[in-house]
Design a protein around this ligand. Structure first.
Ligand code: PMP
Length: 299
């Protein structure tokens, strides 16, 4: 498949309050965010022109910035509007939306108190992280890198720097023929994949790791709500890797991954079963509900 480089596309990018042509959205090489990873971002998905859980993503973006010690100079309402405007400017209704905030180039050292905080929002078509074959289930290799202890990194932030070990882990898994990597937590429990949370079914209940050193994903919380609405018991706990052997189903949940069945972790195989299928269907129906449908359902 031919790769279309991200710096050479048609379209528009929202940058610090202005909509500019895609190819003009370039940055100086001496930017603090590039050298010191002083950047936070979001990953959102629009379905039929509605960005699913937009407000929650914007709140997390603002919180992520605060966890890195900076305040994004736009209100939540302005950020929400920017996301919707960039979608419209690009003529997209089903798309991935990527806001990013970063420290600028006024100073380039570890201390960078005077740097300006910038915000951009881009969007592009991105059907699913794992592509068309995902319904067969994806295969996860075990990562060598672990999710860091919350005292060693701002783990609740969707911070660019936390993806360094994600890329290393995913590349290592792909080199071995897997689709993604399962990362353990710093203390050896099941953590998450490199861009999505994990769920297991054990004895008819849904088990998912307590998110105390990695993102408590918006999709994760949505899936927990959908499971409870179906009367499925949800257990959030520290899951030892040995429990991967007794689990009967496994799936990933994330904005880019959506709900994706897992058919293998390490050497253990799984069949996408009834709980995965039910929650996958519920999630696909929910994301495609219009705001009017949601209001009607709540009434
Ligand atoms: N963990 C990581 C490392 C991620 O990158 C993501 C995607 N943002 C998730 C979990 C899932 O988060 P969400 O459901 O909010 O997209």
């Amino acid at each position: 498949m031919a790769l279309i480089p991200f710096d050479d596309r048609d379209g528009f990018i929202w940058w610090d309050g202005k909509m500019i042509p895609w190819r003009d959205a370039t940055l100086h090489v001496l930017t603090h965010g590039l050298h010191y990873a002083s950047a936070v971002f979001e990953g959102e998905r629009a379905y039929n022109g509605n960005i699913f859980k937009l407000e929650a993503h914007t709140e997390r973006l603002i919180t992520s910035g605060r966890l890195l010690g900076f305040e994004i100079p736009f209100t939540a309402a302005q950020i929400n509007a920017a996301c919707n405007e960039v979608l419209a400017a690009n003529g997209l209704i089903d798309a991935y939306v990527r806001p990013l905030a970063w420290r600028g180039s006024e100073q380039l050292a570890v201390s960078a108190q005077m740097t300006k905080i910038h915000l951009m929002v881009a969007c592009w078509p991105w059907p699913n992280l794992f592509g068309a074959d995902r319904m067969k289930g994806v295969r996860l290799g075990m990562a060598e890198w672990r999710r860091p202890h919350p005292q060693t990194a701002p783990t609740a932030s969707k911070a660019a720097g936390l993806y360094m070990i994600g890329t290393l882990s995913k590349h290592a898994a792909e080199a071995e023929g897997f689709d993604d990597a399962l990362m353990l937590t710093w203390d050896g429990f099941v953590g998450e994949a490199t861009g999505a949370n994990i769920f297991l079914t054990i004895d008819g209940k849904l088990h998912t790791p307590t998110p105390d050193c990695f993102l408590d994903g918006i999709t994760r919380r949505t899936v927990i709500g959908l499971a409870k609405a179906r009367g499925i018991e949800v257990v959030e706990r520290h899951i030892p890797p040995a429990d991967l052997e007794i689990a009967t189903e496994a799936f990933l949940a994330g904005t880019a991954a959506e709900v994706t069945p897992v058919r293998q972790i390490g050497t253990r195989q799984y069949q996408p079963g009834p709980i995965t299928e039910a929650l996958l269907g519920d999630y696909e129906a929910l994301v495609r509900m219009t705001p009017a449908d949601v209001a009607k359902r709540a009434a």
